[in-house]
Design a protein around this ligand. Structure first.
Ligand code: GAL
Length: 677
């Protein structure tokens, strides 16, 4: 079995642990309670730069030595942070140029966190010194099982318009494009008199009178994302030189930072992927599905490997306008959702709730209001304790993987290019991804999220949600997929332009009109509040927001627009290919039931079915171990009991140890983890 944390071959359970906020006697109480709660992994030192290096030439790691020893003595492993997430005040005083500058030219200040310009050289130099120090001091500590690089890159600071970054931007452009004429060509600077004679004429895209050059903005996003890739690589190289066998990781914010960071490029620098999940309890099942999607997303960054849920809130967060706490059972269901979708660890932010500071009202495993209140065990602490015991029973699941035959195609650069201001309408690609994930989630169809240039063998269905930017390489890859018998669905605003944002000259979908047997003539955003109808083999549905008017050349028309001058134009087409493959084109944003009907038709054509038929809000997922053991997770996220029919199923629930066969009655917000066989 391949474990992502070889020194911790089970389901990891724990939290961010910030002992520097507490006196020593609390540390002893902490480790005792951690043992009671079954905690086996904590992330230490994430915001400890100032505590570890209080002055440029003074390191004070003695407290951390003690914490590491104490944790180890109590059997708790450490995911040790490189502590570079929040530069100390002395550094900002000495090198104020580290502070990021906004698009309006305002330099941000010290006093919160993540106050560094991502490309800042001064920041990097000082961060490297700290990382080297920690790697040397703790690299061989027996508690160390993983390195935690920085924290949530670009959660707050995504870009900076300072002078150093501007110079770095020009160098980056020179490295990418070679000469200024290539820049002029790629950005099409003949438009609006934007031509450059030399790199030193190029400035950062700060505030401007109107829409900025789309090609330039796509490069700017690449450049901003590259800063984080570069930072991760810088830290990872230092750590690996010292400890080649300790896995290296950084925690992603999830897909919220997708407009700013290429997780795929960063994941290539890491040994395993982790992310921080904060679904809004006020959003009901939409949040449950969005969270499932994000797990699928993060898991797919390292195909065939588990990931870690690095943070979640035990109850309320502190940073929304209204911070609704989690109802009883919700944390348990979300914890299991992460394991069900491929995580080998479920950790929280944070272990002990801060009594002061910006996060004093953020819930924690050990609540600030006490473990017992008015003669009752604190509800949050009770969950913490019970979950720890429960997860220990899932040890056999660790190391198993989550195979899927369906994938959604997502490309970061495509999102960056599509969400630029100048488009037929404001495009929210993440919304489209979620709308297409929903029918799969609802049907319990395992799904990965892959890049269109990835090796796509093993999938039988691929769905492209608004995949506007398509490289020639990706187009060939998809063409090959269909010719091998795969089924491909394109949705509105796909294959519109290339990696320079130039609209395809040979018809849209670019380079693939023959594959689809369909071509777009016109983009047609609907005025807000307006809707039209489509009708055909999938049923009758409304469309809103966006449609494309086109013609089928060689494709069959499965549904057509039904009103006005749109009437008879294709809304859903399918072109069948030799070898059994097919290319489908959906030309409108349909209402949810319509999207569901399209996906259902595609799946049934491809012969793909879900793992079980369940009421909405009851998820069934499967993990498979190297030796072929199968684990079904069944999670009822709803407030009512559900009967789940699982024809042919025979197994044992790892949580209750009860035998399970054929049907399962799951109370509200309950979970079963069935080992088959
Ligand atoms: C995360 C962050 C943690 C903590 C948490 C609160 O974004 O990584 O340090 O601030 O949010 O929800």
């Amino acid at each position: 079995m391949t474990y992502i944390l070889p020194k911790l071959p089970r389901i990891a359970y724990g939290a961010d642990y910030n002992p520097e906020q507490w006196p020593r006697d609390v540390w002893r109480e902490d480790v005792r309670l951690m043992q009671e709660a079954g905690v086996n992994l904590v992330s230490v030192g994430i915001f400890s730069w100032a505590a570890l290096q209080p002055a440029p030439d003074r390191f004070t790691p003695e407290w951390l030595d003690e914490v590491m020893d104490l944790l180890h003595a109590h059997g708790i492993a450490v995911n040790l942070a490189t502590a570079t997430a929040s530069p100390p005040a002395w550094l900002i005083k000495a090198r104020p140029e580290i502070l990021p500058v906004t698009a309006a030219g305002t330099r941000l200040g010290h006093g919160a966190r993540q106050h560094y310009a991502p490309w800042s050289l001064a920041y990097r130099e000082h961060a490297a010194v700290l990382v080297r120090f920690l790697a040397k001091r703790y690299g061989r500590h027996p508690a160390l099982v993983s390195w935690h690089i920085n924290n949530e890159y670009c959660c707050h600071t995504k870009e900076s318009f300072d002078a150093f970054t501007a110079a770095r931007w020009r160098t980056w452009l020179r490295e990418r494009h070679g000469d200024i004429e290539s820049v002029n060509k790629v950005w099409n600077t003949a438009f609006w008199s934007q031509r450059y004679a030399d790199f030193d004429e190029i400035s950062v895209p700060a505030l401007s009178p109107t829409i900025l050059n789309p090609g330039m903005m796509l490069d700017w996003r690449r450049f901003c994302s590259d800063a984080f890739v570069d930072l991760v690589r810088m830290e990872a190289n230092i750590l690996r030189a010292e400890t080649p066998n300790i896995p290296v990781n950084t925690n992603f914010v999830g897909w919220h930072d997708l407009p700013w960071i290429n997780h795929r490029a960063i994941a290539a620098e890491l040994d395993y992927v982790s992310w921080d999940s904060y679904p809004d309890p006020g959003e009901g099942l939409d949040a449950v599905q969005a969270n499932a999607l994000c797990h699928d997303f993060m898991r797919s960054l390292k195909p065939g490997r588990p990931f870690v849920l690095m943070e979640q809130a035990p109850s309320a967060v502190n940073w929304r306008t209204v911070n609704v706490p989690r109802a009883p059972g919700v944390t348990r269901a979300y914890t299991h959702q992460s394991i069900a979708r491929g995580a080998d660890g479920a950790l929280y932010f944070q272990w002990r709730q801060s009594a002061a500071g910006a996060e004093q009202f953020h819930s924690a495993m050990v609540p600030v209001t006490g473990l017992r209140v008015g003669g009752h065990e604190n509800r949050v602490w009770q969950t913490t304790r019970e979950l720890g015991r429960e997860l220990a029973r899932l040890e056999p699941v660790a190391g198993s993987t989550s195979p899927a035959h369906v994938a959604l195609l997502v490309d970061y650069e495509s999102i960056w290019a599509t969400e630029h201001d100048s488009k037929p309408t404001r495009m929210d690609v993440r919304r489209e991804i979620a709308r297409l994930h929903r029918p799969l989630w609802r049907r319990n169809v395992p799904v990965d999220i892959r890049h269109p240039e990835d090796d796509l063998t093993g999938y039988s269905v691929l769905i492209a949600p608004a995949l506007a930017l398509l490289s020639p390489r990706a187009a060939t890859n998809l063409r090959n997929f269909v010719s091998r018998g795969g089924h491909l669905l394109f949705t509105p605003f796909s294959a519109v332009f290339d990696h320079t944002t130039r609209i395809a000259g040979d018809g849209v979908p670019g380079g693939l009109t023959d594959l689809f047997g369909y071509a777009v003539e016109e983009w047609w955003p609907a005025a807000p509040g307006c809707a039209g109808r489509v009708d055909g083999e999938i049923g009758e549905f409304t469309w809103a927001n966006f449609a494309e008017l086109g013609y089928a050349t060689t494709a069959e028309v499965l549904a057509s627009f039904a009103d006005d001058w749109f009437a008879g134009r294709p809304a859903l087409t399918r072109r069948s290919h030799k070898g059994g493959g097919s290319a489908w084109y959906l030309a409108a944003h349909l209402e949810p039931a319509g999207m569901d009907a399209v996906v259902a038709k595609l799946l049934s054509h491809a012969g793909v079915s879900g793992l079980a038929d369940t009421p909405e809000g009851v998820e069934v997922t499967r993990r498979i171990s190297e030796s072929g053991l199968q684990f079904l997770h069944i999670i009822n996220h709803t407030g009512t009991a559900a009967n789940v029919a699982l024809p042919g199923l025979k197994g044992r629930d790892l949580i209750t140890e009860a035998d399970v066969s054929e049907t399962l009655r799951l109370p509200a917000r309950d979970v079963a983890v069935v080992a088959l066989g």
